[in-house]
Design a protein around this ligand. Structure first.
Ligand SMILES: *Cc1c(COP(=O)(O)O)cnc(C)c1O
Length: 391
């Protein structure tokens, strides 16, 4: 049964398939112009009901560990990659059996598991599947929580440690087929240009050797954002391909589903405290959009303005116990009443993948909306979903 977005049960994520496909078309154009491969980073968006659509445009998926790797293997066509800061001994064989690229975070993990993974991959006919994450130590953004290049980071091998290990243990260097870096977050291609300079300066001597087959430039490229300089990205990738004869991979999450979904919520009550008018929603920042509190940021909301900009200002909050579960202050042209619906925008990314049921809050339903605006229910959650994660 389909219905319009103003009739869907709340709370609900509604993924706009037309917007998703527009993003995918842009990514396909970049792939073709640059001659690179693009994978979906599943940690950002794992709505596998859309994997058949995504698989039509992208080259596959990447995972943060075994579970996402299994999901990619089961639901996405094309290549299946994985990077994890550390793998467990008991999962490595399964990972090697379902992943085309297995990327390690340290020489100690490579030493421990590289030979085994290589053997299993070779038996599957995969010749160049072993990678190592490098740390170019080039910070291009200010959000410390999203900066893998900050001093003391656990993510990736620095050039100094790389040289030491590769020289002391040439058999480990011999195992490697590619390098991976991931340092960007919601950034434009100028940040990639700066990062590539650091990568070339610090790791160029390794890239130059004929031995490596690919370079994975990670995610954080906001390729589908209106002001993103795609031509620069294309030129940078072509430059690397020509100079080092490497295959290039990108693995964006956000860029795939940017601005492609809503979180629909209903106003359950309004209260006032010290002149602040507060809306109690059936959606929560803590449970359904944790990045609002973690990052923090103020999510876009349809038909709203900044506090004080329009006639009626409200603080948007939820039904959890957390006093700080506040989404932000927004203003509207009209008074908002219980029963009204609000539509948070850009809610496909880093939303459903991060949900929790703190306070026994309901998990939002998941729907998809087609080009005509008809919404179909993909998944509904209930009390059992809450109970089954507990004991
Ligand atoms: C988070 C992450 C991505 C995707 O990042 P986006 O910012 O969503 O594009 C890709 N690769 C790795 C290793 C990541 O950690």
């Amino acid at each position: 049964m389909s219905r319009k977005i103003d009739k869907v049960p709340t709370p609900a994520y509604v993924v706009d398939e037309q917007a998703l496909e527009n993003n995918l078309r842009i990514l396909q154009q970049v792939k073709e112009a640059a001659g690179c491969k693009i994978l979906l980073a599943q940690k950002c968006f794992s709505m596998f009901a859309e994997y058949p659509l995504i698989g039509k445009y992208l080259d596959g998926a990447t995972a943060s560990g075994l579970y996402e790797a299994r999901l990619g293997h089961e639901e996405m066509a094309g290549e299946n990659h994985v990077f994890s800061p550390a793998y467990r001994a008991e999962e490595i064989e399964e990972i090697a059996a379902i992943c085309d690229h297995v990327i390690f975070n340290s020489f100690s993990q490579l030493r421990r598991f590289g030979g085994k993974v290589k053997e299993i991959q070779q038996a599957r006919g995969i010749a160049h599947g072993i990678g190592l994450r490098i740390n170019p130590e080039c910070s291009t953004q200010e959000h410390d929580i999203y900066d893998p290049c900050a001093p003391g980071s656990r993510l990736g091998v620095t050039s100094e440690d790389f040289a030491r290990a590769a020289e002391a243990e040439p058999q480990l260097w011999a195992l490697l087929d590619g390098l991976h870096f991931h340092t960007l977050c919601e950034q434009n291609s100028d940040a990639l240009a700066e990062t590539l300079q650091a990568v070339e300066q610090k790791f160029g001597r390794w890239l130059q050797q004929d031995k490596l087959h690919w370079l994975n430039m990670g995610g954080g490229h906001h390729i589908t954002r209106a002001d993103y300089d795609r031509q620069l990205l294309i030129d940078l990738i072509k430059g690397v391909k020509e100079k080092y004869a490497l295959e290039v991979y990108l693995e964006p999450g956000e860029a795939v589903a940017l601005n492609a979904g809503y979180l629909v919520t209903e106003v359950l009550d309004t209260v006032t405290n010290h002149g602040v008018n507060i809306l109690l929603l059936d959606a929560s920042a803590a449970c359904h959009m944790p990045d609002v509190l973690e990052m923090p940021y103020r999510p876009p909301l349809k038909d709203s303005g900044e506090a004080g900009e329009k006639a009626y200002t409200y603080r948007l909050s939820s039904c959890t116990c957390l006093a700080g579960d506040i989404i932000g202050d927004y203003s509207f042209d009209r008074e908002i009443l219980p029963g009204d619906r609000l539509y948070f925008e850009d809610m496909a990314i880093y939303s459903m993948v991060k949900n929790n049921t703190f306070n026994g809050m309901a998990l939002p339903s998941i729907l998809k909306m087609d080009a005509s605006g008809d919404c179909t229910l993909v998944k509904k959650f209930d009390y059992q979903d809450f109970k089954e994660r507990l004991s």
